[in-house]
Design a protein. Structure first.
Length: 259
């Protein structure tokens, strides 16, 4: 299954995303998020492939209408695909080379399989639960991660944090440096590979984290909500995310944020 999914997702990225980079107009959907023709083209290509190859598995996609997504959330099904055809649409529309395609297979309310493809760098991140994570077919092995917050690079989305939390992080930064790249699934993958080390986000939807969170945990990282609960849910509400590349950093980061 993984090899077929990787081939499909890579074709979508190369044939439908890259040719349109910074060449499409963007518009706002009813929920105020941005969509482009590239989002819709990738969504159509991958959705058709999945329905033809595995017709018994339901699909939830970010590009479905709000009513259709609501119905999908209510389905009494064991397995479901979760697709974000273009993670980082704002970057893509502006020509910023940081975006990806994200696909996960959800089984009994948890991700079992994940594929995240970055066509700009031709990097494909994959994971199968309890079988580890890979980058372009090679195991992800982080052996040189920092062990202290003061050595770590943090990726923080300030826009979605409440004022008190944002002020805490701004007034008392415990990390070495801070970034925000603007594509959740790919940021999880960069956590997994140790390119960034800490993560804080005020609210993600299921398709934002379904694939990336599995890749992170299978690479040895950890995550939870700001309340210390599991981030994963198959409802329509958003989840905050606290995450780190290693359990050692995660415990320190979580303790700092809860202080």
């Amino acid at each position: 299954m993984i090899s077929e999914l990787v081939a499909c997702v890579k074709t979508a990225g190369i044939d439908y995303l890259l040719p349109l980079l910074n060449k499409v107009k963007r518009r706002k959907k009813l929920d105020n998020s941005i969509v482009t023709a590239a989002d819709l083209a990738v969504d159509k290509y991958i959705s058709q492939f999945l329905s033809q190859r595995w017709p018994e598995i339901a699909l939830l996609s970010e590009e479905m209408s709000m009513d259709t997504r609501a119905r999908q959330f209510k389905l009494d099904t064991v397995k479901m695909w979760c697709l974000d055809p273009l993670d980082g649409t704002t970057n893509f529309a502006a020509g910023a080379p940081y975006f990806a395609i994200s696909l996960a297979l959800i089984n009994k309310n948890r991700s079992e399989l994940a594929v995240v493809y970055d066509p700009v760098r031709d990097e494909c991140f994959t994971a199968v639960r309890d079988q580890g994570a890979q980058l372009n077919g090679e195991p992800i092995d982080n052996i040189n991660l920092p062990t202290q917050l003061s050595q770590a690079i943090a990726n923080i989305d300030f826009k979605r944090l409440d004022d008190d939390r944002a002020q805490q992080v701004i007034s008392n930064p415990v990390y070495y440096s801070q970034r925000n790249y603007g594509a959740c699934a790919l940021e999880f993958c960069w956590l997994a590979t140790g390119r960034i080390h800490l993560y804080l986000h005020g609210g993600m939807k299921l398709w934002d984290y379904a694939a990336g969170s599995l890749i992170l945990t299978e690479a040895g990282g950890a995550h939870c909500t700001l309340e210390g609960e599991p981030i994963f849910n198959t409802e329509s509400q958003k989840s905050s995310v606290v995450a780190a590349s290693s359990v050692i950093l995660f415990d320190q980061w979580k303790n700092y944020l809860s202080s």
